[in-house]
Design a protein. Structure first.
Length: 252
C-alpha cells in the first residue's frame, strides 16, 4: 500500500472549506494617515469591532440617596425651626481695644527702620544682575516655541491635505479603503463624515491656538512697554544732569 504526502501548500477542499472560501470577505482598510490623528480609526473603518463600554458619554447617571433615614418629608421641611436655647443668652461684644490695651506687655518702636527721605539706598539686587540669566532662558524659550510652531504648521498642512482629500472624489483612497464596489461605497459615508468633522475640529483648535499665541504676545509687549519707557526716561534725565554739571564746572 502506497501513500502520498501532501505538501504544506496543498489543502484538502472539504465542504466546510469550500463554503468558507465562497463567502466574500469584507474589505479592510489599510492603515491610512488618518490613523495618526484618530485613535478610533480602526473602529470607524470597521477593521475592529467597536468596544461596548458600561459607561460612555451618552449614559445617563442618576444619583439617589439609599439611606431612608436621610429622607425628609415635606411636612418636616415646612415645620418652623425652634430657637436654640443658646441664642436666648446675650452676647457681649469687644471692640478694637483688645488689640491696643494689651495687659502686661512692652511696646517696641520700629521707627528706626523707616528710610529717611533724603537718603537713597542702592538696591543690592538690581535688575541688571538677573538680565543675563533671563536672556538665556528667553532664547531657549523662543527656540522651543519656534520649533513647536514649525511642527504645528506641518501638522496643519497635513490635516488640510487630508480634509481636501476626504471632500474630493477619491476619498476612499484617503481613508485607506480599496477594492470596494459602488454599492458598498455608501456604507463608508458615515466614516467619511466622521473624519471630515474631526479634521475641521482639529483645524479649529489650530486657529484658537494661533489667536491665543497672538494675545499672549500682545500682553507681553504691553507689559514690557512701560518698563522700556521708564528706562528711556531715566537715561534722558541722567544725560541732562551730566550736561548741567559739565556746564556748571565750565562756568566756574
Amino acid at each position: 500500500m502506497s501513500s502520498t504526502a501532501c505538501s504544506p501548500r496543498q489543502r484538502i477542499q472539504t465542504p466546510k472549506n469550500r463554503a468558507a472560501s465562497s463567502v466574500p470577505k469584507k474589505p479592510r482598510g489599510s492603515k491610512s494617515e488618518l490613523s495618526a490623528y484618530f485613535p478610533e480609526y480602526d473602529e470607524v473603518i470597521g477593521n475592529e469591532p467597536k468596544e461596548q463600554h458600561l459607561f460612555n458619554v451618552d449614559t445617563p447617571i442618576v444619583v439617589v440617596d439609599s439611606d431612608p433615614r436621610r429622607a425628609v418629608s415635606g411636612a418636616q421641611r415646612a415645620a418652623p425651626q425652634q430657637p436654640h436655647p443658646a441664642d436666648e443668652y446675650p452676647v457681649r461684644g469687644y471692640g478694637d481695644a483688645l488689640f491696643h490695651d494689651v495687659f502686661d506687655a512692652q511696646r517696641v518702636e520700629l521707627n528706626f527702620l523707616v528710610q529717611p527721605k533724603d537718603k537713597t539706598v542702592e538696591d543690592p539686587l538690581p535688575d541688571k544682575l538677573f538680565q543675563p540669566v533671563h536672556r538665556r532662558a528667553e532664547r531657549l524659550e523662543r527656540s522651543i516655541r519656534n520649533t513647536e510652531k514649525g511642527r504645528a504648521q506641518h501638522e496643519k498642512d497635513q490635516i488640510i491635505r487630508l480634509l481636501e482629500g476626504l471632500q474630493g472624489h477619491d476619498w476612499l483612497r484617503v481613508m485607506g479603503v480599496s477594492g470596494v464596489t459602488e454599492t458598498k461605497k455608501k456604507t463608508f459615508e458615515p466614516a467619511r463624515d466622521h473624519f471630515i468633522k474631526g479634521c475641521q475640529a482639529i483645524l479649529a483648535k489650530f486657529r484658537n491656538w494661533v489667536l491665543e499665541e497672538k494675545a499672549a504676545e500682545t500682553g507681553k509687549r504691553t507689559r514690557l512697554e512701560p518698563r522700556k519707557k521708564t528706562k528711556k526716561t531715566r537715561e534722558v534725565l541722567m544725560r541732562r544732569m551730566k550736561r548741567m554739571i559739565m556746564m556748571v564746572q565750565t562756568a566756574t
